[in-house]
Design a protein around this ligand. Structure first.
Ligand code: FRU
Length: 539
């Protein structure tokens, strides 16, 4: 009885409580309920998907890196930015500054669209000799060279709606004044005519601009950054086509271990990348101040493989190099947009969309007759190593858990493999979580290919182009040792095979963080000679 009474009292109390709660809840609008759900989703997204040591804008849409220069201890990065939405829209130049290319401080917007058009991709140079005359009172001007994209012209079906323009900054890139006589290069009737990348060519004492024009590159020269002359064209008969050529970059580089200099021409293409959608190819040759000529060895290389790619993964696009890196540093420093036009607008982050790749140092290697533009993460990344785990001589008999630790999704993993069965083995390194998601990379000795497989990596259904294929790249040598460096940052994997000779960069969106790394082999003969796992943390 007692129990029953107390039960009744309790239930009356509970019903009253629920009633009061219900009434007070009703006062809240549906809007605020959905608001709090949205804010929970946003914070989950921050924790789960915001990269830790890769640049992302705080909010909204970003694509190509633009106008990168170094000055007085600071690396500047501008980027294609739409501040009012999380999909591509009227383009501005966003801006971020870093002292080490890893930790970035986002700045106010640098360039806004105006009556001449939207602000598309381009570059920036430090005009030390004030060739432009924009400098005042001894202040060195920074000059940005960018494309105007005129929407009205495009809508009207005209061909000449993309032109090249300049702006200058007298406060180290913080604020910009557009040149009052823009555009500096008007359109010769080529619909896709954009992405000027300018360098100072000391040999010819001229500024040289590489510009993408449909499916070729046009080179212009100038002595003052204002008046430009067309010098030559390159590319219609070389490399990959079937897509738009975009975001070129031309620069000299030493062949490793020699005093010889060659010229590299980087050209992004969309679509028609080796594993689908957007990708970046390169050419090695010579530039005489007027004309880019392919190196004969590189020409032979192209006869064998049609195009040579900077990155065989699906998410490194529109990348170019920094200008004004001091001579005593001397590095060629590169950063790319870590996405692909096939699905960039659909990736499952709402607050911001897309990240940049890890900044990379480029080097030119020549082996026998082949040239290779090798990429590796900048050494500054090592400052962020918070913990190191080293393991030596691991024998793998078909399956082994290498490490089971939460931090595996924020790490640099260096592997030195000894391959005993060079012709018949397949080695799959697999990140997984308790949810059942997995992401793998590895080497297939039967196909002679490296691979990255994100088909089961978590959220993949947002685009049917995201996980329809496994990305692959030819393994060019057949040595029995292989060094691999892998960077994991929550939603991206960057694999540097064979000391950066073949790179694969891909993004992914797991339901939970990856916490275990295992390896599966087709035989019992793989030896991991050396394994180093470095936890990375930037904030
Ligand atoms: C490359 C690109 C460029 C263009 C910009 C527009 O991703 O298409 O050619 O300038 O994006 O945002």
């Amino acid at each position: 009885m007692k129990n029953k009474n107390s039960f009744n009292l309790l239930s009356v109390f509970l019903i009253a409580l629920i009633f009061v709660a219900f009434i007070s809840c009703k006062k809240d609008t549906k809007k605020s309920a959905s608001k709090s759900i949205a804010s929970i989703e946003r914070s989950t997204e921050e924790v789960l998907y915001r990269p830790n040591f890769h640049f992302t804008p705080k909010a909204n849409w970003m694509n190509d890196p633009n106008g990168m220069f170094y000055l007085n201890g600071k690396y500047h990065l501008y980027f294609q930015y739409y501040p009012e939405g999380n999909v591509w829209g009227p383009m501005h130049w966003g801006h971020a500054i870093s002292e080490d290319m890893i930790t970035w401080q986002e700045q106010q917007i640098a360039l806004y669209p105006d009556e001449l058009g939207l602000i598309f991709s381009g570059s920036a140079v430090v005009d030390k000799n004030n060739t432009s005359g924009f400098g005042k009172d001894g202040i060195t001007p920074i000059v940005a060279i960018y494309t105007y994209h005129n929407m009205d012209g495009e809508k009207a079906g005209e061909l000449n709606f993309q032109t090249q323009a300049i702006a200058y900054s007298l406060d180290e890139g913080m604020t910009w004044t557009k040149y009052d006589k823009n555009p500096v290069i008007s359109n010769p009737g080529i619909k896709d005519f954009r992405d000027p990348k300018v360098i100072w060519d000391a040999n010819s004492s001229k500024w040289i601009m590489a510009l993408a024009a449909a499916d070729k590159i046009m080179f212009y020269s100038s002595t003052n950054l204002k008046d430009w002359n067309l010098e030559s064209e390159f590319g219609q008969e070389f490399g990959q086509h079937n897509g738009m050529w975009e975001c070129p970059d031309l620069f000299p580089i030493k062949i490793e271990g020699t005093d010889k200099t060659k010229w590299v021409l980087i050209v992004s293409i969309n679509p028609a990348a080796p594993n689908g959608g957007s990708g970046t190819q390169y050419f090695i040759g010579d530039f005489d101040g007027t004309k880019f000529t392919l190196d004969t060895n590189f020409k032979t290389q192209l006869e064998k493989q049609k195009a040579v790619w900077l990155d065989y993964g699906r998410d490194n696009y529109a990348g170019v190099t920094w200008s004004n890196i001091p001579e005593q540093d001397g590095r060629k420093l590169f950063i790319g947009w870590m996405s692909n036009w096939e699905y960039a607008r659909d990736v499952p982050t709402e607050t911001w969309r897309s990240a940049m790749t890890i900044p990379r140092e480029l080097k030119l290697k020549k082996s026998e007759n082949n040239y290779l533009l090798v990429s590796n993460p900048v050494s500054e990344l090592s400052k962020y190593v918070s913990k190191i785990i080293i393991k030596d001589t691991l024998h793998v008999n078909r399956q082994k858990t290498i490490i089971s630790k939460n931090e595996v999704d924020l790490s640099r993993i260096s592997l030195q493999l000894e391959i005993k069965n060079l012709n018949e083995s397949k080695y799959t390194f697999l990140f997984h979580n308790k949810f059942g998601d997995s992401l793998s990379f590895g080497l297939d000795n039967i196909e002679k290919k490296y691979f990255v497989n994100r088909q089961k990596s978590g959220k993949v259904a947002f685009s049917d182009k995201f996980s329809n294929t496994i990305s692959k790249a030819n393994r060019m040598n057949s040595s029995s040792t292989l060094n691999v460096q892998v960077l994991m940052d929550k939603t991206s994997i960057e694999v540097f095979y064979n000391d950066g000779e073949t790179v694969m960069t891909e993004i992914f969106f797991p339901n939970q963080p990856f916490e275990t790394l295992s390896v599966i082999t087709s035989d019992e003969k793989l030896i991991i000679e050396h394994l180093k796992i470095e936890e990375l943390k930037s904030n």
